[in-house]
Design a protein around this ligand. Structure first.
Ligand code: ADP
Length: 309
């Protein structure tokens, strides 16, 4: 991969540390030549260079209005750095400001943009695999920018080895947890969890361990399909752990009754299907009636920009 060896660190004035994830440190910085405020991601360990290069490759191939923009990549003294557009807040900040949930129009606006970003990834055969509120940045004009492609993979490269990677448990789909084959639908499950959390401000499935995560899911949605339970029992990762069976569940209807509209609930139900084959994928979601206003506004935008060109 073509990455110049530059002493570009000199031109970036570090202003603050804004995030520290599993793979890198993210700083707010200012380009001393252009004065532009940027985010500088420094990859932690040169041992993880392979992972870092994969992330860079993903960002280079994904140019979209709802995906964080990669400005530059360079190496300096053996370390890899990437410069990204800087976005002030994340969905975590929004949830902290509104602990009882976000207004319906905002939920629709955020979810539509998030699904558009995922649709673009999936059209490019990329599964993000780590969708969570921390990785959804929100700009001043409420534009969603999906970030952190550290775990994203080309669909052809996804292995089916159980728990070979660490993604945030609360947003992880049941097929991934039990060790079944997974793909695009796993990202859609995470979107469902995010929409649920935006609706009432509470994490939908806050599991404390892998098996507790399955319990949290079943406590609301009912028992996992038999085929997923069979895979759980065959998975060496769970040897010695009994399947967390549930005798009753509260149902998604009861959890969100009186909290969200019936149209948004319909979308949520389709995203939180236990069987990935029954889950709504991005393209279908974007056509859902709950997003009729967002589609109309999008059409209007396109018409205006065509007329002004
Ligand atoms: P890691 O891959 O190590 O998990 P991330 O890319 O997720 O690192 O970055 C860690 C945190 O830094 C994010 O959760 C986010 O809060 C913040 N962050 C990342 N990219 C940006 C950006 N472009 N602008 C502002 N903050 C960012």
């Amino acid at each position: 991969m073509d990455i110049p060896e530059l002493n570009n660190m000199k031109k970036i004035e570090i202003l603050a540390l804004v995030g520290e994830g599993s793979y890198g440190m993210v700083f707010k910085g200012r380009n001393s030549e252009t004065k532009e405020i940027v985010a500088l991601k420094k990859f932690k360990d040169s041992k993880d260079l392979g992972e870092a290069l994969l992330e860079l490759q993903m960002l280079r191939s994904l140019k979209h209005e709802n995906i964080i923009e990669l400005k530059e990549a360079f190496r300096s003294k053996g370390e890899l750095y990437i410069i990204l557009e800087y976005i002030e807040k994340s969905m975590i900040d929004v949830l902290q400001q509104m602990p009882n949930g976000v207004p319906a129009d905002k939920i629709n606006n955020y979810s539509y943009q998030l699904i558009k970003a995922i649709d673009w990834c999936h059209k490019n055969s990329i599964v993000h695999r780590d969708l969570k509120p921390d990785n959804v940045l929100i700009s001043e004009n409420d534009t969603i920018k999906l970030c952190d492609f550290g775990l994203a993979r080309k669909m052809s490269e996804i292995s089916n080895v159980q728990n070979s990677y660490v993604a945030t448990r609360w947003y992880r789909s049941p097929e991934i947890i039990v060790g079944a084959p997974y793909g695009k639908a796993a990202d859609m499950w995470s979107v469902g969890c995010i929409i649920g959390e935006l609706s009432d401000g509470k994490t939908l499935f806050p599991g404390k361990s892998h098996s507790d995560q399955l319990l949290a899911i079943q406590n609301i949605l009912g028992p996992l399909p038999t085929e997923q339970q069979i895979i759980f029992h065959k998975n060496p990762f769970f040897y010695g752990t009994s399947f967390p069976a549930v005798s009753s569940s509260i149902s998604l209807e009861n959890r969100y009754q009186g909290v969200i509209s019936s149209t948004l609930f319909d979308l949520l139900k389709n995203l939180l299907e236990l069987r990935p084959s029954e889950r709504c994928l991005s393209e279908e979601c974007l056509k859902h009636p709950v997003f009729c206003l967002q589609r109309l506004l999008g059409q209007l935008d396109r018409t205006v920009s065509r007329q002004s060109n």
